[in-house]
Design a protein. Structure first.
Length: 261
């Protein structure tokens, strides 16, 4: 998820993904801002992803290779795939994020325990005795540019708060979302989460871009490359839950299977 507001995040000369210094991304600051506690929006996403993967990930044959695209300093998407994979690729183009992932996976911190507890509400997760050692043994950290992902390679995938948060260019958002889904083999399940209406964010003193997206944008991206798509939208309600930051209108979760019908 994105972090603190940064109203000057999108100067005209810096709109595209390549215009930003992603190696300067601060994974520790991002973690503190977004995942130091399990917030209600993440709890809702975890619940839906847990239910979906439990229902479909083993049919008709169990997935073996998973990928989390743009992992950053967020482990819960990879944990959501843990029971269904023999190998999980955690990918990111930022050198600082890759280094953080390699270090964190040796024995991940207690920050992620509440996230895992939510997942264990379903039997496939509850049957895992030690998620730390399982994730470490299955994880493969790779420095990969999202736009260069090979097609039809993985069996299950996640991409959380990435495609809309790596560029201010709408076409790049569209291309990134499609590249993620097309990296999966046909009929394989995915979960993708997006910040709705995001206007950009700041991490470690550096501004980063975003594209303001809504449910219609997500449906348009997935229209001919995915099927059995289910999209959930949770608008920000400041009366019930404190927003992570100003400048976004809610969370969007897309569940489905790769390949058009």
């Amino acid at each position: 998820m994105a972090a603190a507001p940064c109203p000057e995040v999108l100067p005209p000369r810096k709109r595209r993904n390549a215009d930003y210094e992603w190696d300067e991304f601060d994974p520790v600051d991002y973690l503190k801002r977004n995942y130091a506690v399990l917030r209600e929006p993440d709890r809702r996403i975890i619940t839906e992803v847990r239910r979906y993967f439990t229902a479909v990930a083993g049919h008709p044959s169990p997935p073996t290779r998973g990928i989390d695209v743009g992992s950053g300093s967020n482990l819960y998407p990879a944990l959501a795939m843990l029971p269904f994979c023999t190998e999980i690729t955690l990918s990111d183009r930022s050198e600082s994020n890759v280094e953080w992932l390699v270090d964190e996976l040796r024995w991940y911190s207690g920050v992620w325990d509440p996230f895992w507890t939510e997942l264990t509400e379903s039997p496939p997760y509850a049957r895992i005795g030690n998620p730390r050692t399982q994730l470490y043994s299955k994880a493969k950290v790779c420095k990969i540019d999202l736009f260069e992902l090979p097609a039809a390679t993985w069996d299950i995938g996640t991409m959380f708060f990435v495609a809309e948060s790596i560029s201010a260019d709408r076409q790049e958002f569209h291309d990134a979302t499609r590249r993620f889904v097309q990296a999966l083999k046909p009929d394989r399940p995915f979960a993708a989460a997006f910040m709705a209406g995001s206007k950009g964010y700041e991490v470690g003193g550096h501004p980063f871009p975003a594209v303001e997206v809504d449910e219609a944008d997500i449906r348009d991206c997935l229209a001919d490359i995915a099927h059995e798509v289910d999209i959930r939208v949770w608008p920000v309600d400041p009366k019930k839950h404190e927003p992570l930051r100003e400048g976004y209108s809610g969370m969007i979760l897309a569940l489905g299977k790769a390949g058009g019908r």
